[in-house]
Design a binder for this molecule. Structure first.
Ligand code: HEC
Length: 204
């Protein structure tokens, strides 16, 4: 005789199928940002005076732009050259003009150097942003040179200090070979941020 009590009915546990609907849709472009074509440099490959340095061109490449000011991956200001080397960002263009007003008498036109002062197109290959600003503020003196060579301190000179980033990005562009010994013909519009900063710094 069959003892019904010995029949063990195993409960069947139905697995709950948990359908997980992801709340955040993952877009392919979020996962890996494509290089923004607006930030890419377009250089003049035929300008032999540019001495293009592929390594520096890569490390100095802009990764973002804020109101006409380009920044590299380290968060330092950098240049932006377009239209086959004809068009400069505002700050590089401004730096070109400031350089030829304040620095070229000693450092030579286009950062080429002179018998008195070093070629800044070479110095900016290794000087960091902080070192550059530090030298501009405090000057530099080669005490061992037979002939006393002095880089004046520009810390009190607004015509230099209000445009220190401009000078930096222009000389960076020369060091990387993004521009050669050119007189820039075209430039991006002067950004509102540059007008505001100039007004605050220069006091006009
Ligand atoms: C009166 C001449 C003179 C003027 C003007 C001048 N410099 Fe200099 N600068 C020098 C000399 C000389 C040195 C080298 C000093 C040394 O070797 O210690 C130098 C060095 C430098 C260095 C360091 C270079 C290196 O390889 O270490 C930087 C950066 C620099 N100058 C930037 C500028 C900028 C930017 C301006 C314009 C705002 C400027 N200088 C204007 C004379 C000048």
């Amino acid at each position: 005789m069959l003892n019904l009590s010995k029949i063990v009915t195993r409960p069947v546990i139905a697995a709950l199928a948990l359908v997980t609907v992801s709340a955040v849709a993952v877009h392919a472009e979020d996962a890996k940002p494509a290089a923004d074509p607006k930030l890419a440099n377009s250089l003049n490959a035929n300008d032999k005076t540019a001495e293009q340095d592929p390594k520096l061109l890569a490390t100095d490449a802009a990764v973002k732009v804020e109101d006409g000011k380009y920044m590299d991956a380290d968060g330092h200001p950098t240049f932006h050259v377009t239209q086959d080397g004809k068009m400069l960002d505002w700050y590089s263009y401004s730096g070109y003009r400031r350089y030829h007003a304040e620095c070229h008498v000693c450092h030579g036109p286009d950062g080429m150097g002179s018998t008195y002062a070093p070629a800044l197109k070479d110095s900016l290959k290794h000087l960091s942003y902080e070192e550059f600003i530090g030298i501009l503020v405090g000057g530099k003196q080669d005490v061992n040179a037979a002939e006393q060579k002095v880089m004046p301190a520009f810390g009190d000179n607004k015509n230099v200090m209000c445009y220190s980033d401009d000078l930096y990005v222009y000389l960076k562009a020369r060091a990387a070979g993004a521009i050669g010994r050119i007189r820039p013909s075209e430039h991006e519009d002067k950004p509102d941020a540059a007008k505001k900063a100039e007004k605050e710094c220069m006091g006009f």
